[in-house]
Design a protein around this ligand. Structure first.
Ligand code: ADP
Length: 167
């Protein structure tokens, strides 16, 4: 069954120059990249992305982490991968949430660490199931940023909407 998944290369992955390594590992899945962009993450986006972690004692650190405040890299690379069993294939390749428990051959097992404050820095985010994938993809991407039709979309006419165009 074809599925889609959101992948984020987190600020620690960018700071450690792991983009190429991570993309190479992900290419083993033979899945297609159908959307990709660099994102400067607002507090609102970070808090909404991690809304299921709101009650955790490390929630504030998690928000700072994905915003890049812990790594002086205020950006993440966001992508949508699409294809047969995308979610399972990507989760297997990325490894367990806790980088010390992750199989050492996985991406998180190879490159993740636990900080002295106890936060798991695990270099990438991957959607955990279809419902989360839909919620996350719609949160991070607009329909016209994805080159295939993943979810129903509609055309609306915006009046007086401001947009930056090339000068
Ligand atoms: P995943 O990213 O594997 O889907 P979660 O959604 O449960 O996992 O957690 C979101 C992120 O919060 C993790 O990727 C990790 O950076 C951090 N995290 C999760 N659990 C812990 C924990 N027990 N201690 C410290 N950091 C954690």
């Amino acid at each position: 069954m074809n599925q889609q998944a959101l992948i984020l290369i987190k600020p620690d992955g960018l700071k450690k120059s792991l983009t190429g390594n991570i993309l190479t590992r992900l290419s083993e899945t033979k899945l297609e990249i159908v959307a990709a962009k660099m994102v400067r993450v607002s507090r609102e986006l970070a808090a909404e992305h991690y809304r299921h972690m709101k009650e955790k004692p490390f929630f504030e650190d998690l928000v700072k982490y994905i915003q890049g405040e812990l790594h002086d890299r205020r950006k993440v690379m966001a992508m949508v991968y699409w294809g047969e069993d995308a979610i399972t294939k990507i989760r297997q390749l990325s490894g367990s949430t806790n980088p010390e428990e992750a199989d050492p051959t996985t991406i998180r097992g190879s490159y993740g660490r636990i900080t002295t404050k106890g936060l798991y820095e695990n270099v990438l985010h991957t959607s955990s199931n279809e419902a989360e994938a839909e919620r996350e993809i719609k949160l991070w991407f607009q329909p016209d940023e994805i080159i295939v039709d993943l979810y129903p979309a509609k055309t609306v006419t915006l009046e007086k909407a401001k947009k930056i165009v090339w000068a």
